[in-house]
Design a protein around this ligand. Structure first.
Ligand code: BES
Ligand code: MN
Ligand code: MN
Length: 453
């Protein structure tokens, strides 16, 4: 093991340089003008896989390509599949970035760039660990497969279809995903649960054209006003969601789980200062961690409608709409929640407007057992690399493929996040700690060794 670790230490700077190359590629999956950049990135990764000794291919899909890599030189040994995504969220608003999103810049030991923590810097740790092992020993202790997709942030279903039609190719004993955050700095963590999501849009249409608000104001219901009234009916003043049936299937936390959450070293003040809110708000009767990890949400992600240009234009808009996401928790079924959402929206839509309700994607919540042998090994690897005690935690975000892996390949994923809570995922100034990048690579190298035994 020491030669592998030496190699990782000696190549620390080159590894960072290579990560920067990846981060310079503007792989925004939601932006159709960036299609070629995603193809370029996929080809770059496949070529890189080959250069470190893997077999690799770029797999075409109806959307952005998947990168596949494998090393199967240890027949009889377990097979580990690493999943990650090379696509990133749109970087806007650009004026809020201190350094340009696709020009990686180191400040205080962290690299600032879109996709640095979510997820390029994270999945790359495993690529570099595999490289270190292959270059120093000529072989790996286990068989390895890489599945790196380009549509995670776009909520597309092409990867699902790929997994459904490639059971044999993707067959494995363990799945490792580094696409979550650690509980805190210096607190290596394993994530054993994620929330699901249901993403909807409602579009209200009133008059067939924007109207003069003087000529018609007062006798026509304004879709933007209606939207406001409807949004105000999504929650009561205590933060409880008012959609009929929303909580019917919510699995309550056990007393044991609540105790475990409460025992984590949660620094409420640090969390609050980092996001800059004057006060927290959430469902009454639950702690901050309980709200984020184990309670459902209903949030407006964006609102549109009417005149947003310079100065004043007096119109009653013909249309207004909102994008609304619901985070779902164990036992909630996205399909059922979609039905409840549709029924509730229809119930609260007045007869003065027409409503269209659109689905933009869904994912199931997941929890995995916390006592599996793989999880215990992963904790050992983490603690060795980070030289600190590990914790188990949950996450509030969603990784749709986790459930697909469970259903199709019958393998629970191990969520080994190397991000930090203040990495600013999806926000301006996303960053990734270079110390975590390095220790993440070490963790992966130790873990490969652990999983062989
Ligand atoms: N890496 C995140 C998910 C995540 C972040 C989980 C932090 C736990 C903690 C992932 O890239 C992501 O952003 N997922 C989307 C899924 C959506 C597009 C279906 C999300 O959670 O919004
Ligand atoms: Mn991610
Ligand atoms: Mn993301």
């Amino acid at each position: 093991m020491s030669t592998v670790v030496d190699y990782i230490n000696e190549n620390r700077q080159r590894y960072v340089d290579e990560l920067f190359e990846l981060l310079r590629m503007p792989t925004v999956s939601a932006d159709s003008t960036k299609k070629d950049d995603l193809v370029k990135c996929a080809e770059h990764l496949a070529a890189h896989f080959k250069s470190i000794g893997l077999e690799a291919s770029v797999e075409k899909t109806p959307g952005h390509p998947i990168v596949y890599g494998q090393w199967l030189g240890k027949p009889g040994a377990p097979t580990v599949l690493f999943y990650g995504h090379y696509d990133v969220q749109p970087p806007e608003p650009l004026e809020m970035w201190r350094t340009p999103p696709f020009e990686p810049t180191i400040i205080d030991g962290a690299v600032y760039a879109r996709g640095s923590s979510d997820d390029k810097g994270q999945f790359y740790t495993h690529v570099k660990a595999v490289e270190a092992c292959l270059k120093t020993r000529g072989e790996l202790p286990v068989n390895v497969k890489f599945l790196i997709e380009g549509e995670e942030e776009a909520a597309a279903d092409n990867l699902d279809n790929y997994i459904k039609t490639h059971h044999d190719k993707l067959a494995c004993d363990h799945i490792i995903i580094s696409d979550t955050a650690q509980f805190d700095e210096g607190c290596p963590s394993i994530c054993y649960g994620l929330r699901g999501i249901l993403y909807m849009e409602i579009v209200l249409t009133g008059p067939t054209r924007d109207l003069h608000s003087g000529e018609f104001g007062g006798c026509v219901d304004n879709p933007a006003n209606v939207l406001g009234r409807m949004i105000s009916k999504l929650h009561d003043t205590d933060g409880r969601i008012l959609i009929d049936g929303m909580y019917d299937d919510v699995l309550a936390l056990t007393a044991e789980e609540r105790k475990e959450f409460a025992a984590l070293p949660f620094d409420q003040k640090k969390y609050q200062d980092e996001i800059g809110v004057p006060e927290f708000f959430g469902e009454k009767g639950f702690t901050q961690l309980e709200r984020v990890w184990a309670r459902p949400t209903c949030d407006v992600n964006g609102i549109y409608g009417g005149y947003m240009g310079e100065g004043a234009k007096t119109v009653i808009p013909s249309k207004a709409g909102a994008k609304i996401s619901m985070r779902l928790v164990p036992n909630q079924d996205p399909d059922k929640i979609e039905e409840l959402f549709r029924a509730y929206i229809k119930k609260i839509t007045p007869p003065t407007v027409n409503v269209e309700i659109i689905n933009h994607g869904k994912a199931r919540p997941v929890v995995v057992p916390t006592d599996s042998p793989a999880l215990v090994k992963a904790r050992r690897a983490l603690e060795k690399a980070f030289e600190a005690k590990s914790v188990i935690m949950r996450g509030g975000g969603s990784i749709p493929v986790v459930e697909t892996f469970k259903q199709e390949l019958k393998v629970p994923a191990l969520l080994l996040g190397f991000g930090l809570p203040d990495d600013a995922l999806h926000s301006p100034n996303e960053k990734f700690s270079l110390d975590n990048f390095h220790r993440g690579i070490l963790t992966s190298a130790y873990l490969l060794e652990e999983l062989a035994g």
